[in-house]
Design a protein around this ligand. Structure first.
Ligand SMILES: N[C@@H](CCC(=O)N[C@@H](CS)C(=O)NCC(=O)O)C(=O)O
Length: 217
C-alpha cells in the first residue's frame, strides 16, 4: 500500500532529502516523476499542487483526506513526528535541529544546488554568477566540516533530520565540484549516513527529471 507519494526527480537533492527520509523510516511510498528539465514545475498544473513551483511535494494519503506538503524541511519535520524517527528528544534538540535546517536552506543547499545547476547542467563553468555561487557554497562546506570535526552528527549525538537535510547534495561531489579530500569530517559523516540501515543513493530512489531529448549530463 502506498501511503505517501513524492513528486520528485532524481537530480534534485532537495527531493532526495524527503525520499531518503521516507526510505529510512520504512514508509510505503512511491515517487511521481516531475519533468523538471522541460519545465513541468512552471506549469499551471504543477503550481496548483505547489504555488512555489518546486519539488519535493509530498502527499500523505490518509483515510480522512490527503495532507500535501512542500519544502523539504517541513516534510522532514512532519515525517519525523509521523514515524518518531530522526527527531528531537527535547526542546534544546528541537531548536538545534531547526537551526541547522534553516542554515542548510539558506547557506549550504541553496548555493550548492544553484552552482551545480549552472556548472554541471548548464555548463556555464566560467560565468561570474557560477563562480560567486560556488564560492558561497565552498564557505558553507568549510563551516560544516569545522562543525563536524568534534561530533558524529550535526545537531545531536544521533542522526536527525538536520543530517538528512544537509547531506542532500553532498553525495554528488563531482557534480557539485567538491574535492572531498579537503573536507575529511564531511566525508566521515557521509559514510556514517550511508551506513544507516536502509540507506539508498538518489539513483536508487527516484526517476530522472530529464527527457531523453534534453538530457545533457
Ligand atoms: N527550499 C526548498 C527548495 C526546493 C527547490 O529548490 N526545488 C527545485 C529542485 S531542487 C525546484 O523544484 N525548482 C523548480 C524551478 O526552479 O522551477 C526545499 O527545501 O524544498
Amino acid at each position: 500500500m502506498t501511503d505517501f507519494t513524492l513528486d520528485c526527480f532524481l537530480e534534485s537533492g532537495n527531493a532526495y532529502k524527503a525520499a531518503l527520509m521516507l526510505e529510512l523510516c520504512g514508509a510505503g511510498w512511491a515517487p511521481r516523476r516531475v519533468a523538471f528539465f522541460t519545465g513541468q514545475t512552471r506549469s499551471d498544473e504543477f503550481r496548483a499542487l505547489n504555488i512555489m513551483g518546486e519539488v519535493p511535494v509530498m502527499t500523505h494519503h490518509k483515510v480522512d483526506g490527503d495532507v500535501v506538503l512542500s519544502q523539504s524541511g517541513s516534510i522532514l519535520d512532519y515525517l519525523s513526528r509521523e514515524f518518531d524517527r530522526f527527531g528531537p528528544a527535547n526542546e534544546d534538540e528541537r531548536r538545534e535541529i531547526l537551526r541547522w535546517i534553516l542554515w542548510d536552506n539558506h547557506k549550504l543547499t541553496s548555493y550548492t544546488a544553484t552552482a551545480r545547476f549552472m556548472s554541471h547542467f548548464q555548463k556555464k563553468t566560467d560565468d561570474p554568477v557560477t563562480l560567486f555561487l560556488a564560492a558561497r557554497a565552498t564557505n558553507a562546506w568549510k563551516v560544516l566540516d569545522a562543525h563536524l570535526k568534534s561530533r558524529d552528527f550535526v545537531a545531536t549525538g544521533h542522526p536527525t533530520i538536520a543530517d538528512l537535510s544537509l547531506c542532500g547534495y553532498l553525495f554528488w561531489p563531482d557534480e557539485i565540484g567538491m574535492d572531498m579530500s579537503q573536507y575529511p569530517s564531511i566525508a566521515a559523516w557521509l559514510d556514517r549516513i550511508a551506513a544507516l540501515p536502509g540507506y539508498k543513493r538518489p539513483e536508487e530512489l527516484m526517476p530522472s527529471g530529464m527527457d531523453p531529448a534534453t538530457a545533457t549530463a
